[in-house]
Each structure stands twice: as C-alpha cells, then as structure tokens.
Unconditional design. Sequence first.
Length: 132
Amino acid sequence: IYNYFVKIDHALAMDNLKKAEKIISSLDGYPELKYMAFSQLAHAYLHMGEKSLTEFYVSKSEEVEKENPKLNYDAHLLPYIKTRNFMASGDYQKAIEVVNGVIEKIKHQPIDYYNGNVYVMKASIQNSLGEF
C-alpha cells in the first residue's frame, strides 16, 4: 500500500486499504494490523480533506488502542492526524492541547528526528494563533 502512495497512485492505495479494512474487520485479534489500517485510512482521508472520515478512522484506531493497551504502535501518528484535522478546521486551541499532551509524554526524551516534528507542529500552531 505504501508503494502505491509513493508512486502517487492514491486511488489504488485507497482501494487496497479499503480491501484490507474489509478483511481485517471480520477477523478476531490482529490489533496491530487493524490499528495500522485504520490509522492509515485516517491519515489518507486527512490529506483528502475528508474531516468526518478522518475522525471516524481516528475513533476506530483509538478503540483498538483502548482494547489493547500494550499494543506496539506509532505513538505520534494519531496525535498528528488529530492535530492536523483540528488545524484544518481552524480549531487551533484543540490542536495545541493535543500537541501539548504529546510533549508532556515525551518531555524526558531527546529532541531528535523522531520527536522534533512535535515541536515544529507546536510552533506552527502558535504561529497560527499569533503567538510568534
């Protein structure tokens, strides 16, 4: 699926994600796979500007997280999607609340390639709020 997005064949990538969703939704277990498909669908719909579908798949991803607290997942992906969706809606206050929550969780970690984007996103929100 990633290869199709990289090749800019978004229609085929989305078709494959929807097929994957249909298959995994009928399976018991496989929370990592479900989380990956739902979060990637949320991410794709975010970039398409589909706010309600983005929120729907964020919710499905959060359900998988809640049911599987020890799940090994990308801890920044859903907050990124939620923040960008709030920003697209002009709700910068909610966006900064999400980012501040992530910063609170990672404040004892180094500001590196993995964590640096959170701080860049916060600066972007602050800029939109006129704080810079």
